[in-house]
Design a protein around this ligand. Structure first.
Ligand code: ZN
Ligand code: FE
Length: 255
């Protein structure tokens, strides 16, 4: 049975997620931006955390952890490469590692770029990937530590997952991402439709996260550096996709 996924808004625009296995009763928290809303959701559902999965070291993904662990002494899992700057880890993981939540396999993907040591957690049986600030809804994380080729490689790995994969990312930035996306991919009808859907959702105060990987591949400019229309729009026909990605990322930084 697929894990039940719950999206929890935290801070001003962050998302944390719960992944619950009804059979075993195990529940994983993915990222810990803020204790209050996460503890409230757990209490409402009568769930106890068994695992906490940390994607990267930024404060808005880890600061809630100490208060959460006081009530839920769960096993904390994060990147070995980031162990020196993450909260204390019970298990250190790296690209290609696999562990289980209940009976569900979890695969670790290195998706460095936003930070070096950022990991994503892919659960193939439930078709869900937790990407935080690597692949985001209609966007990707800013390159604070890694390089554009590194982020392009990370996004390409995520894009190779099955189309029906649910992408659980870390922030509600989708509406402003959409405004930018239209500047580099203005004739993309799937993008125009999605931007209209996002406007409707946000007007109703609904989250736009998670999204499907198929939709991201059709509309997210950061996954579309090989697209001939985008390349032509940038005057970069047949350029190296990593260079096209770098140009799109640089334009977004100035947007
Ligand atoms: Zn971050
Ligand atoms: Fe963040």
């Amino acid at each position: 049975m697929p894990l039940e996924i719950v999206t929890i808004p935290c801070l001003s625009d962050n998302y944390a997620f719960l992944a619950h296995d009804a059979e075993s009763g195990n529940t994983a928290l993915i990222d810990a931006p803020e204790a209050g809303p996460i503890l409230a959701e757990l209490e409402n559902r009568g769930w106890t955390l068994s695992h906490v999965l940390l994607t990267h070291h930024h404060f808005d993904h880890v600061d809630g952890l100490p208060a959460i662990l006081e009530k839920h002494p769960a096993k904390v899992i994060g990147a070995a490469a980031d162990a020196h700057r993450l909260p204390p880890l019970d298990q250190q993981v790296a690209e290609g590692d696999q562990f289980e939540i209940g009976g569900e396999p979890v695969q670790v993907m290195d998706v460095s770029g936003h930070t070096v040591g950022h990991v994503a957690f892919y659960m193939p049986q439930s078709s869900v990937v937790f990407t935080a600030d690597s692949l985001m809804a209609l966007g990707c994380g800013r390159l604070f530590e890694g390089t554009a080729p590194q982020m392009w490689a990370s996004l390409s790995k995520l894009a190779a997952l099955p189309d029906d994969t649910l992408v659980c990312s870390g922030h509600e930035y989708t509406q402003s991402n959409g405004k930018f996306a239209l500047t580099v991919d203005p004739d993309n009808t799937a993008l125009l439709e999605r931007v209209a859907d996002i406007a409707r959702a946000r007007a109703a105060n609904e989250p736009t996260v998670p999204s499907s990987l198929a939709l991201e591949k059709a509309t997210n400019p950061f996954l579309r550096a090989t697209d001939p229309a985008i390349q032509a729009h940038l005057g970069m026909e047949n350029a190296d996709p990593a260079a096209v990605f770098a140009e799109i990322r640089a334009r977004k930084d100035r947007f």
